[in-house]
Design a protein around this ligand. Sequence first.
Ligand code: ZN
Length: 92
Amino acid sequence: MTTYSFRCEEHGTVDVRRGFGAAPAVAPCPVCGRPMRRVWTAPMVSLAPRAAVEAIDRAERSRTEPEVVTRVPGRPGRTVAPTPAQRRLPRP
Ligand SMILES: [Zn+2]
């Protein structure tokens, strides 16, 4: 889906979502029904790295839909070998 902008002389700019390349030259105003002419705008193509866009989207989504942890992270049954410094610690 692509967002196309149209301008009603009475109600201003209105965004209309249609399939790519399916924008009509004239669309009816959703408020008054008069024909609106298409307004040409810069394409909203993001040049940001995909990982950054996903991180921003996840941060914005966490405001209203926080991720809930249902289990302890990590693989079950996995043990971590003690470091040499931990091996020297006194045992109870
Ligand atoms: Zn209108």
